[in-house]
Design a protein. Structure first.
Length: 353
């Protein structure tokens, strides 16, 4: 008896589920046959009481039948309500231009069916290169900056202006880094003056790491030709705030004791607000409820980030750099990101023009 009871419960639940599915399918078949026979007044009573029991696919068909019914019964308000319910049930519903009646297609086109906005997130990597405006050497050395690689991530919101134009706004955390080197060659005055001159190289190397909070705003142009990748290009501006900058550096000297690697916060030597121009290109691949996005972007710094007021106070007086000071520079970077944006819909009847 103990073994029989669970089996009976399972059979009862299975039979109930099967009955509901069968009943839903049968109800739709009955409504379809009634519609084809032209007995339109009977369709609302067949479908409306059963709507809560339908699954999503069945609801879409039921609302479509109701919309068609009310169109032909010349009840425009009820037809609008049925179409709205259809679009709220399936945000991606599209009319069949070949098979759907012209009246149904015309009514569908009076509704807003596109997403009102998209939200999502992106992650990726960037490569940063200082753009030197001028060197201000306080020694006779040679300086150069090299590109560095770092991580970035952020949130994105997209707001369609029209089908081919999208306003994009982001909030990003960007870690940026780059390297520098300053080499000074000096004659060793302590060497034997009777012998050939001895040249010593003093080399200061460093790696600067920066933490930026950025708000890029751009206009994207989407190419509307049928393409699974949905390519786009974009132009815009980015307003950036520097949260922190640190420099890890060391100095070596030919045949002499070198200074070990040290780190120093140098945020005070940087202008914390920055404005950049940006250009981007990417693709948006349709996936469930939104798009998978891949983008390449180039950012050109418009403002100098070196704070010239503190330029000659680099690292403090106690840290030897052999007179080296930073150049005046802005920063340029290129990034590659991937992410996902989720479509948010709010279907509604368009206002009559």
């Amino acid at each position: 008896m103990k073994r029989l009871l669970p089996a009976l419960v399972f059979l009862f639940l299975s039979a109930t589920s099967f009955a509901q599915l069968t009943s839903g399918a049968q109800t739709l078949r009955l409504a379809r046959a009634t519609y084809e026979q032209g007995r339109l007044h009977e369709i609302p009573s067949i479908l409306e009481g059963f709507l809560p029991k339908f699954n999503r696919q069945e609801k879409v068909e039921a609302y479509k039948l109701l919309t068609l019914t009310y169109i032909y019964l010349e009840e425009p308000e009820k037809a609008d309500n049925a179409m709205l319910s259809l679009l709220q049930t399936d945000h991606y519903f599209e009319v069949n231009l070949k098979d759907d009646p012209a009246e149904f297609i015309a009514l569908y086109r009076t509704f807003r069916t596109e997403p009102i906005y998209r939200i999502g997130a992106k992650v990726g990597a960037n490569a940063t290169q200082p753009n030197v405006k001028s060197y201000l050497p306080s020694n006779d050395g040679e300086s150069k900056y090299k590109m560095g690689i770092a991580f970035q991530s952020g949130f994105v919101g997209e707001f369609p202006i029209r089908k081919d134009l999208i306003l994009s706004a982001e909030f990003n955390l960007q870690l940026k880094s780059f390297n520098y080197e300053n080499v000074v060659s000096k004659q060793d005055l302590s060497a034997d003056p009777s012998g050939p001159p001895v040249i010593l190289d003093y080399t200061t190397t460093g790696k600067e790491k920066q933490t930026w909070f950025s708000i890029p705003i751009s206009i994207q142009y989407a190419f509307l030709k049928k393409n699974k990748l949905n390519p786009y290009i974009g132009l815009g501006l980015s307003v950036d705030y520097l949260g922190k900058a640190t420099n890890t550096f060391s100095r070596t000297k030919t045949d002499r004791t070198s200074y070990p690697e040290q780190s120093e916060e140098i945020t005070f030597q940087r202008n914390q607000f920055n404005v950049s121009a940006l250009a981007s290109a990417g693709i948006k691949l349709k996936v469930p409820n939104g798009f998978a996005v891949a983008e390449v972007r180039y950012i050109y710094g418009l403002t100098t980030i070196t704070n010239s007021e503190n330029l000659y106070d680099l690292y403090g007086k106690s840290i030897p750099t052999d007179g080296y000071v930073d150049a005046l520079f802005s920063i340029n970077s290129a990034s590659i990101t991937v992410g996902y944006v989720y479509n948010v819909f709010n279907p509604k009847k368009r206002a009559r023009k």
